[in-house]
Design a protein around this ligand. Structure first.
Ligand code: PMP
Length: 283
């Protein structure tokens, strides 16, 4: 695989980052993940908008223009002959002798990009549906910033796997926040889609924005509000959204089937429309 590090395209074996990189020492870094279909980027401008927001929130400068980042994304897709999968973009505050205080403005950020092949369209998990567990959301209170501080998400994902499930829905004060790396939704018995409203408690998914537009297009009512675990267990359907999984049905919560325990029609329809819409707008 060819990866990008600070201005260079290199074989992954030759790519290195300093041991003093603040991403490594302090998780002082942010990232974005853009999906690729037919060798084209899905909703790149949405990901760039969120990237700017994450950088602003942490007082980090944009390392280069959006157009330059786009060119690097495309170059990596092309060099790796990536037809379907993901492009990861990671930006840390750079490397300097270890100190909690931020380095001065002369320290350049570390910019890394790499690709990952993934079958997103033909997904076994989408066909089967995910089983999720519920668990405490013990993350920090700025989940709206897409930082690389992913340890709690990693721990709960691991807990889910250990219990024979696929993912964990995190819960704060009795209400579901989101999945380990996706936004969470239910479809109530009257057919309304409910997903948590945007706040510091969740990441504003780029896929979430697009999927809510798809829902409006097919005339499904959407309520952006918090929902409880009990509400989710009594729902007709449940699903999650992310750039890495698009729309993925949830068929069980804590071992209890959601609805009839099979992937639901609303999730399937939204997935179809989302893919169609994204393909048409890919760059
Ligand atoms: N929430 C969290 C915690 C995530 O890590 C992700 C994936 N980046 C999402 C939601 C979904 O965001 P997106 O649709 O932009 O991939």
């Amino acid at each position: 695989r060819t990866v990008y590090v600070n201005g260079n395209f290199l074989p992954e074996e030759e790519a290195t980052v300093s041991v003093f990189d603040r991403g490594f020492l302090f998780a002082d870094a942010i990232y974005e993940v853009t999906s690729v279909l037919d060798g084209k980027l899905i909703d790149f401008s949405g990901h760039m908008t969120r990237l700017h927001r994450s950088l602003d929130a942490l007082g980090m400068a944009m390392p280069m223009k959006d157009a330059d980042l786009l060119a690097i994304h495309r170059e990596l897709v092309s060099r790796n002959a990536l037809s379907e999968g993901l492009v990861y973009l990671q930006i840390s505050r750079g490397a300097e002798d270890r100190d909690f205080a931020f380095p001065g403005p002369d320290v350049p950020p570390t910019v890394v990009l790499f690709t990952q092949e993934k079958q997103i369209i033909e997904s076994a998990l989408v066909k089967r549906g995910q089983k999720v567990i519920t668990t405490d959301d013990l993350r920090w209170r700025r989940c709206d910033i897409k930082t690389v501080q992913l340890l709690w998400a990693s721990i709960v994902k691991n807990e889910a796997k250990a219990k024979g499930a696929d993912d964990a829905w995190m819960v704060r004060d009795g209400y579901v926040t989101e999945g380990s790396s996706n936004n969470a939704y239910i479809v109530t018995t009257d057919g309304t889609i409910v997903t948590r409203d945007i706040s510091n408690d969740i990441l504003a998914g780029i896929t979430r924005t697009a999927v809510l537009k798809c829902a409006a297009e097919i005339g499904v009512t959407v309520e952006e509000r918090a929902f409880t675990v009990a509400e989710a267990k009594a729902a007709r359907e449940a699903f999650s959204t992310s750039a890495t999984g698009f729309v993925t049905p949830v068929i069980a919560i804590d071992g209890e089937p959601v609805g009839d325990g099979k992937p639901g029609p609303v999730a399937a329809r939204l997935r179809e429309i989302y893919i169609e819409m994204s393909r048409a707008a890919a760059i």
